[in-house]
Ligand binder design. Structure first.
Ligand SMILES: Nc1ncnc2c1ncn2[C@@H]1O[C@H](COP(=O)(O)OP(=O)(O)OP(=O)(O)O)[C@@H](O)[C@H]1O
Ligand SMILES: [Mg+2]
Length: 300
């Protein structure tokens, strides 16, 4: 299993905040609205921690889909990379994703999944159309607003992007430190996030002392430690064996149950077929399928 230990601290910061500068400010001016469906019946797993996140009844998922303000709204979005001007990576995408949804993004290699994900945290800017996240138009967003957007979006990648010389605790704590959280917040929320992912006993281990699945759990803890309302994942199980992938998937599902909207690009056919969540299929940059309780539906 590939270990990715050569990450610089800038890359790790980028993994947390996306690319770009990270101002050390503590106020959060993000305009995300928490999801509160007021259902108290979901058991908290392992004394979780993201306890302050409002919860969403998974049974209410479908009802949620069409209510409220979309957390993500693509309006005729086209993305053309300058290096490939003749072919749009995303071509006239229009769709809404509502708070509390769990959405799989599927499609063959090169269909546009990563481009879709990278538009969401403003790593990329749409060439045409409008993309609204939490009501804010990312296509018109001023540069100084980007870090505020990014602290509301947790990111999980295939290659973990952990700092090799820092422990699990320090990797997660770093995500809070770079946004100027107090030592008290860091000391309380970091262990909570590691407990959520079941790694409280391995807080002092460095990435090379952890398995691939454990490293991915650290990166998920880092992504959610600031309790973002939106979690975007680009092939989070791409480097993991099926059993380990299942554990990661359950974890993402639990985070979603706690109210976090999850958008996940994946090639993991079994996972998509067993979860029966919303599936958006891309082909050549276009949406070819959007199903509420979908299946993978591709040959690979
Ligand atoms: N930086 C870039 N410059 C030019 N073209 C790019 C760039 N990044 C991606 N593309 C092109 O955009 C299209 C979509 O790529 P993207 O990475 O979004 O696909 P993907 O669905 O994530 O693929 P994979 O499953 O292999 O990760 C492809 O045709 C790809 O070659
Ligand atoms: Mg990709």
């Amino acid at each position: 299993m590939a270990k990715h230990t050569r990450q610089s601290s800038q890359e790790a910061a980028d993994a947390i905040q996306g690319t770009g500068s990270i101002p050390r400010v503590s106020q959060n001016t993000g305009s995300f609205k928490a999801v509160d469906q007021g259902t108290g019946s979901i058991p908290r797993v392992g004394q979780s921690t993201l306890a302050s996140l409002p919860m969403v009844d998974p049974g209410a998922q479908q009802a949620l889909r069409r209510t409220g303000t979309p957390v993500i709204s693509f309006k005729n979005v086209t993305k053309i990379y300058p290096a490939q001007p003749k072919k749009a990576a995303l071509d006239d995408i229009t769709l809404d994703i509502y708070p509390g949804e769990f959405v799989f993004l599927v499609g063959h290699s090169g269909s546009g999944k990563s481009t879709f994900i990278r538009l969401l945290n403003r790593e990329l800017v749409a060439t045409r159309g409008r993309l609204l996240v939490a009501g804010e138009d990312l296509t018109a967003m001023r540069r100084w607003r980007i870090p505020y957007l990014r602290r509301n979006i947790g990111c999980v990648f295939q290659d973990f992007k952990l700092l090799p010389n820092k422990t699990a605790f320090e990797n997660v704590a770093f995500a809070l430190e770079v946004i100027g959280k107090s030592r008290h917040v860091v000391r309380t929320q970091t262990p909570e996030a590691l407990r959520l992912v079941g790694l409280e006993s391995k807080m002092d281990k460095k990435p090379d002392q952890l398995s691939g699945g454990e490293q991915q759990r650290v990166s998920i803890a880092r992504a959610v430690v600031n309790r973002p309302p939106l979690l975007i994942c680009d092939e989070p199980t791409g480097n993991l064996d099926p059993q380990t992938s299942l554990g990661i998937m359950r974890l993402l599902e639990r985070i979603n149950r706690n109210g976090t909207t999850v958008v996940m690009a994946t090639h993991d056919k079994e996972m998509v077929n067993s979860m029966r969540r919303r599936v958006i299929a891309l082909d050549n940059g276009r949406i070819v399928r959007d199903e509420d309780q979908g299946v993978y539906g591709l040959d690979d």
